[in-house]
Write a protein that binds this ligand. Sequence first.
Ligand code: NDP
Length: 248
Amino acid sequence: MTPNPDLSGRIALVTGASRGIGYSVAKQLAAAGAHVVAVARTIGGLEELDDEIKSAGGQATLVPLDLTDMPGIDRLGGAINDRWGKLDILVANAGVLGVISPIGHVEAKVFDKVMAVNVTGTWRLIRSVDPLLRNSEAGRAVIVSSNAAHSARAFWGPYAASKAAVETLMRSWADETKSLALRVNAFDPGRTRTAMRAQAVPGEDPKTLPQPSEIAAKLMPLVSRSLTETGLIYQAQRDRFVAYRQPE
Ligand code: NDP
């Protein structure tokens, strides 16, 4: 894989860009030359990102949007189409943990929120931008997943189920598009020093965890024009692609 792709002239949409992994991914995409469309709810975080990108000579467009707002996601695809007529890179990174709890104790509204953001919001975004990625001469989509999808860990039920769902969605989408120039993969960051990790494992010393910038650097080759893989999961902390099921 190419470690530092040249992304000049590329349009890149990143969700969850207000902090954590998405913030670092957005910065690194802009530093590589992409125009970044940065999505999240927290305007302060988006503005901080915008300041950093622009002071480094990059380009960004901020989109304050809640990914449970389905018509809003549809409008975003329409706005990108009106402005550029295509999308080159999608990094569907936004996610919520919900709660770490025995399955029988999870409140319905918490379960529904995890599914709404992590699964339905991701699907709706894919639906909104799929035609735009097909218009790119080398569309690249990265769905941010988690090892929780495969580890069957106690108390992580709703989050783990949501990540398994989006990985399966990713594999179907990759199979549908494998004859096109579009490459679709998932990215498993592994344990990373962010607010979500602190919520999940509050007793952990954050200094033992990789910084979001280190993990974002591992995602960059997945948006390179030279990438050939599709339908796979890239495990950042093991530096490898895995296929949990080989295509027949
Ligand atoms: P953070 O909690 O630091 O960031 C989550 C991002 O998602 C924020 O920018 C947040 O923005 C956005 N987001 C959450 N809810 C919504 C919503 N309803 N609408 C729009 N945006 C939303 O998490 P991380 O950076 O750690 O996680 C990023 C991704 O990496 C997630 O998909 C997570 O599951 C995955 N991951 C993380 C790991 C880790 O150890 N950190 C390990 C494995 C996977 P805002 O609140 O401003 O809307």
